[in-house]
Design a protein around this ligand. Structure first.
Ligand code: NAP
Length: 436
C-alpha cells in the first residue's frame, strides 16, 4: 500500500488526486489536505461568484472525494501544524498543490495607502475568504481603478459595476452584496501598461461587459493598430480585440449611469492621496521593439479612491521547499521539487492558465509518481494514521469530507432566495456548524 499526501484542495489538488486514484486503484490511499475546513480552494475563493457554471466543476471533485482510497483532511496548515519534512516521513510522496494566493506587488510609491488592495484580497472579500472578510474596501468614492489587463482585472471591474439584480443566482457573500449595493462608484478605469493587442483577457469574459445593466464599456479607437495587424493574432486574441473594437465603435449608452473605461498604454508611477488613495499618477507608454512598455515621459492622473491591483499572484514559501523568487513558485523540474516531493498547478507553473489547464498538469505529475513507485509495489509509510496522531498531539482538529458536506448543507440551507448558498466566512463559523 502506498500513501500520498496532496497539499491543497483546489483544481490542481483534485485533478492530481483523481489521476493518482486512477493509477493506483486500491493500491494507494490519497489524502487531500487543506488549511481550511472546507475544500475547493480557487473554485470557492477565486472563481467569480457570478460564474456559477465554472464553479460547478466542484461536482466532479466530489466524485473524486467519494473514491474509496481518497480522503479529505481539512483545517491543517502545512508549514505550521505539520512540516513538509514530517509529511515526507509519513507519506510515500507529497504533492504541493497550494496555488498562488498572494498578490504580487506593483513596487511603486503609495501602494500601501488605505484604499489600495490586491485582487486576491478584493476577490477574497466578495467570495468569503476568511482572511479578507473584513477588508471593507472603500466604495464611497465616485471612481475606482483596476490595474492589469488580465481576466482577474475583468472580474474585479465587473463585480464593481453590477447591480444587485445582476448578482441573482450568484453566491456572492452577503456582506459584499450589501456593500456593493450602496456603492457610489460610477467609473471604473482599467489600466493596462500595454495596448489592446497585448491584453490577457478572453473573449467570453470581455463580451460580458457589453451586456451590463448599468455600465457601458469605453474604449478609445486611437489605441488600436491598423485593422490589418489583427490578422497576426491567435483566433482567441482576435476575438477579444474585435470586441474591444466594437466597444470603441459604440458610443456609451446614455441611459446607463456607469462607465468602464479601458485606459491602454498607461503605466502606474505612484499612488497619491491625503492619508488614503485618491489618484494614480500614470505615465503614457508606447511599445518598444520587444513589445514591452516604454514610458514616453507624458504623465497624467486618474482619480480613484479604490485601487485594485490585478497584476498576478505568487505561491507562498514553505520552510524547506526550494523557491523560485522570480517565478513566484516552487523550484521544480517538470513538477519534481525534491526526493518524493512534487508541485502541481500554479505552485508548479506560476499563475497562468484556466481551471482545465490543471488537469493534464496533475495527470502528468501523477504519472511521474507512478513511474517512480509503480502500482502494486510495497511501501511502509504510515500515512493518515500517523498524521492524525501527530495532529492530535498538537491539538489540531482536522475535518473530513462528511464534515464538509454538513457545512455545505448548512450553507445551502441559509442561502438567500435564488442563490446556491450563503457561505460562512470565518473558520469559527465552519467549525461551529459542526458543533465544535
Ligand atoms: P494575467 O492573465 O497574467 O494578467 C496579468 C496582467 O497584469 C497583465 O495584463 C500584465 O500586463 C499586468 N501586469 C503585470 N505586472 C504589471 C505591472 N507591474 N504594472 C501594470 N500591469 C502589470 O493574470 P490574472 O489576470 O491574475 O489571471 C491569472 C490566470 O487566471 C490567467 O490565466 C487568467 O486567464 C485566469 N483566469 C481566468 C478566468 C476565467 O476564465 N473566467 C478568470 C480569472 C482568471 P503585461 O502583459 O504587460 O505583463
Amino acid at each position: 500500500m502506498r500513501h500520498f499526501a496532496v497539499v491543497g484542495s483546489g483544481p490542481a489538488g483534485f485533478y492530481t488526486a483523481e489521476a493518482l486514484s486512477k493509477a493506483y486503484g486500491e493500491q494507494a490511499r490519497i489524502d487531500i489536505l487543506d488549511r481550511y475546513p472546507v475544500p475547493y480552494g480557487l473554485i470557492r475563493f477565486g472563481v467569480a461568484p457570478d460564474h456559477q457554471s465554472l464553479k460547478a466543476v466542484s461536482k466532479r471533485y466530489d466524485k473524486v472525494a467519494d473514491e474509496p482510497g481518497v480522503d479529505f483532511i481539512g483545517n491543517v496548515t502545512i508549514g505550521r501544524d505539520v512540516s513538509v519534512e514530517e509529511l515526507l516521513a509519513l507519506y510515500d510522496a507529497v504533492i504541493l498543490a497550494i496555488g498562488a494566493p498572494h498578490d504580487r506587488k506593483l513596487g511603486i510609491p503609495g501602494e500601501d495607502l488605505p484604499g489600495v488592495v490586491g485582487s486576491a484580497q478584493f476577490v477574497g472579500w466578495y467570495n468569503g475568504h476568511p482572511e479578507f472578510a473584513d477588508l471593507n474596501p472603500p466604495l464611497d468614492g465616485a471612481s475606482a481603478a483596476v490595474i492589469g489587463n488580465g481576466n482577474v482585472a475583468l472580474d474585479c471591474a465587473r463585480i464593481l459595476s453590477k447591480t444587485q439584480g445582476e448578482f441573482g443566482g450568484s453566491d456572492i457573500v452577503g456582506h459584499a452584496l450589501e456593500a456593493l449595493d450602496k456603492s457610489s462608484i460610477k467609473t471604473v478605469t482599467i489600466l493596462g501598461r500595454r495596448g489592446p493587442h497585448q491584453i490577457a483577457m478572453t473573449p467570453k469574459e470581455l463580451g460580458e461587459l457589453g451586456h451590463l445593466e448599468e455600465s457601458s464599456p469605453v474604449v478609445d479607437a486611437a489605441d488600436f493598430p491598423p485593422a490589418e495587424a489583427d490578422e497576426a493574432l491567435e483566433p482567441g486574441e482576435r476575438k477579444s480585440v474585435n470586441l474591444l473594437r466594437e466597444f470603441a465603435a459604440t458610443p456609451p449608452d446614455a441611459a446607463k449611469p456607469k462607465r468602464m473605461v479601458f485606459d491602454f498604454f498607461a503605466k502606474p508611477l505612484r499612488i497619491e492621496g491625503d492619508g488614503k488613495a485618491e489618484r494614480i499618477i500614470v505615465e503614457r507608454t508606447e511599445l518598444d521593439e520587444n513589445g514591452s512598455a516604454r514610458g514616453t515621459g507624458e504623465t497624467y492622473e486618474v482619480p480613484a479612491s479604490l485601487i485594485v491591483t490585478a497584476i498576478g499572484y505568487s505561491t507562498p514559501q514553505i520552510d524547506g521547499v526550494p523557491y523560485d523568487d522570480r517565478g513566484g513558485k516552487f523550484q521544480n523540474e517538470g513538477g519534481l521539487v525534491g526526493d518524493r516531493l512534487y508541485a502541481v498547478g500554479w505552485a508548479r507553473r506560476g499563475p497562468t492558465g484556466t481551471i482545465g489547464t490543471n488537469r493534464p498538469d496533475g495527470y502528468e505529475v501523477a504519472e511521474q509518481v507512478a513511474a517512480a513507485m509503480p502500482a502494486g509495489s510495497a511501501g511502509d509509510r504510515e500515512g493518515a494514521a500517523g498524521l492524525k496522531r501527530l495532529l492530535s498531539e498538537r491539538g489540531v482538529m482536522p475535518t473530513d469530507y462528511d464534515d464538509w458536506r454538513k457545512i455545505e448543507d448548512t450553507e445551502v440551507g441559509r442561502a438567500r432566495p435564488g442563490s446556491p448558498r450563503e457561505k460562512f466566512v470565518r473558520v469559527e463559523e465552519w467549525l461551529s456548524a459542526l458543533g465544535r
